[in-house]
Design a protein around this ligand. Structure first.
Ligand SMILES: NC(=O)c1ccc[n+]([C@@H]2O[C@H](COP(=O)([O-])OP(=O)(O)OC[C@H]3O[C@@H](n4cnc5c(N)ncnc54)[C@H](O)[C@@H]3O)[C@@H](O)[C@H]2O)c1
Length: 397
């Protein structure tokens, strides 16, 4: 039996614990939880039919959880602002840690986290499923095998078809997330770094706020207390009419309310982009758009070198390889990659248990990957705010 302690047992971790983690280790047992919302967690476990966790004990903090339940591994899945302080506590124990992203939301937090992990043997699996997804690994193999030659350029796109969650759920709380570079681009800048085989050293970024979402509707308003649901495209009835959202949805917080914040107080961007320079001197672009819907969804990139170009998209599961100097181009169609985050969550779950069982010595997404991505995202955020190029702090310097 593998004994797991969970700190922050919210929606994301509950999905993993009942899905990918359970699949990877059917003998996994949740032996302790730290979460101030015990009633909410117990209700979710009951609603989801998790009978085996009915009597799971709750503890006041990580130290008590470890002392009393002796877990083999820890999972931190709180909201973003708490990842760093809790991971610093976990670093005191040499127990493998699954840590949600972004690992930090400020420069201060990131530097504190880096310092804490200089002095520990605690191995971390940062929750970066894209990097380890079979499609991304296949593209990395193509690059290693020389399909493009030396990778000189990357153009990465992320047209998010579910972006309304960033205006109608807790993710709209800017104090907790610090915006969508840290919340979303942290994944993409990480896998771009991996594919290009080089850290990002300089960023220029731009963001658009308040053109689509956000607004002046009163505090606390939701569809059930609004008189514009007949015309509002985001009302449950209109979403149902065009096949968006859950059929069961009857109400949600307003996407045009002051609760979404403002550019002055901090708010999520409708879309944002950055130009990145890698240490090799190669460069690339990344752009993310949060108001696109349905078939507009697209996530992936085009990597080019003098010898060839390889492009891929997680939504279609396809890789296209073009040899610039040979009369060959081909398309590889992936199969079976429909799991969480294009099967990346399954890979991370396996890595986590392999670390716990001592079958691997090192995570594919160690703490350094989380930190490097946060430093790049913080540079992008600072650049969008100031209109200047920003140098990216490097891990270990
Ligand atoms: N890796 C990915 O692809 C991915 C996908 C989705 C979400 N996430 C990340 O997962 C995190 C959680 O998101 P969610 O949607 O599950 O949020 P959530 O609000 O459903 O869950 C957070 C949980 O943390 C608990 N909590 C609050 N304060 C705490 C404390 N001091 N100690 C312990 N627990 C505490 C809350 O009660 C709640 O149960 C976010 O940071 C998000 O960025 C990552």
């Amino acid at each position: 039996m593998i004994r797991i302690g969970i700190i922050g047992y919210g929606h994301r971790v509950a999905c993993l614990a009942t899905g990918q983690l359970k699949n990877a280790a059917p003998d996994m047992q949740v032996v302790g939880v730290v979460d101030p919302n015990e009633a909410g967690v117990r209700k979710r476990l009951s609603d989801w039919g998790c009978e085996d966790q009915k009597n799971v004990p709750f503890f006041k903090d990580i130290h008590e959880l470890i002392r009393k339940s002796k877990p083999d591994g820890l999972i931190i899945g709180t909201r973003c602002n708490l990842h760093t302080p809790l991971a610093i506590q976990a670093a005191k124990y040499d127990i493998p840690l699954y840590l949600e992203k972004p690992v930090s939301i400020s420069m201060r937090q990131a530097q504190d986290l880096e310092k804490a992990f200089c002095k520990t043997r605690c191995q971390v699996v940062v929750s970066f499923p894209l990097r380890v997804s079979p499609l991304c690994e296949r593209v990395k193999d193509d690059i290693r095998e020389g399909v493009v030659g030396k990778a000189e350029h990357i153009a990465a796109l992320n047209y998010v078809p579910y972006g309304t969650c960033y205006w109608q759920e807790g993710y709209r709380n800017f104090n907790i997330t610090q915006g969508l570079f840290l919340q979303k681009a942290t994944h993409d800048l990480d896998y771009m770094t991996y594919l290009m085989g080089s850290p990002i050293v300089r960023v220029a970024a731009m963001a658009t706020y308040g053109h689509v979402f956000g607004g002046k509707k009163r505090k606390g308003i939701s569809c059930s207390t609004c008189d514009a649901t007949v015309t509002c495209l985001e009302s449950p009835e209109n979403r149902r009419r065009v096949g968006l959202g859950s059929k069961k949805e009857t109400d949600h917080p307003c996407l045009y309310s002051v609760d979404c914040g403002s550019p002055a107080t901090g708010t999520n961007e409708d879309c944002s982009s950055c130009l990145v320079e890698f240490a090799t001197g190669a460069h690339g672009i990344y752009t993310q758009v949060f108001f696109t819907r349905r078939d507009a969804g697209r996530r992936g990139s085009i990597v080019s070198g003098y010898k060839g170009t390889v492009s891929f998209d997680w939504y279609t599961g396809e890789i296209r390889r073009v040899r610039h100097f040979q009369p060959f181009s081909d398309t590889v169609k992936g199969s079976g990659g429909e799991g969480g985050h294009f099967s990346g969550d399954d890979e991370l779950a396996r890595d986590f248990f392999n670390l716990i069982r001592g079958r691997i010595k090192r995570s594919r997404t160690p703490i350094e990957t989380g930190l490097a991505s946060v430093y790049a995202c913080l540079a992008a955020k600072a650049s969008a705010e100031t209109g200047r190029f920003v140098k990216v702090r490097q891990v270990g310097l």
